[in-house]
Design a protein around this ligand. Structure first.
Ligand code: 8DG
Length: 139
């Protein structure tokens, strides 16, 4: 049977204390209650980086310049109803202060604490890339 491929872009925002931003998926959405990297699906005609910049603004109220997005790795994961392909960028510099504009809970998490937050299955293989980049600090 043909597989439905879903392309989602995501970003690990990293603050000056080397903490990573996670956002909780709200009630009513798929995978509700799990903690994810901000991002989302492409709209027609968008380049992936444009999508990410738009989503970061819509979800978190921040402005990111494209040169501040550094590619890190990707997730490629088969869910029950689709296959997710999700490149992950890292961003350490943005304008504005981060706030959950869609009512989502946010958490700034030390790399060594990422496993304390239940994440979608696709995200788990991404964690070692972040600890490799940022270290294993837990507090
Ligand atoms: N933004 C984001 N999405 C993720 C991550 N991990 C993961 O499996 N996903 C999945 C959840 C969704 O199926 C899809 C992102 O969709 P979305 O955030 O744009 O839209 P949505 O939840 O309203 O979509 P849907 O699942 O209800 O169709 O990717 C992640 O770390 N960040």
């Amino acid at each position: 049977m043909a597989v439905k491929l879903v392309f989602v872009v995501a970003c690990a925002l990293v603050d000056q204390d080397n903490r990573i931003l996670l956002a909780e998926r709200p009630e009513g959405k798929s995978l509700a209650g799990l903690w994810e990297f901000p991002g989302g699906k492409l709209e027609p005609g968008e380049r992936p980086e444009e999508t990410l910049i738009r989503e970061l603004h819509e979800e978190l109220g921040i402005t990111v310049e494209e040169p501040c997005l550094a590619p890190l790795t990707f997730a490629s994961h088969t869910y029950e109803t689709f296959h997710l392909f999700m490149p992950l960028w890292v961003c350490r510099r943005w304008q504005g202060s981060v706030r959950g504009r869609e009512g989502q809970r946010l958490a700034w998490v030390k790399p060594g604490r990422l496993r304390d937050y239940p994440m979608p299955a696709a995200d788990e293989p991404l964690i070692p890339f972040l600890t490799e980049l940022l270290g294993e600090a837990r507090d």
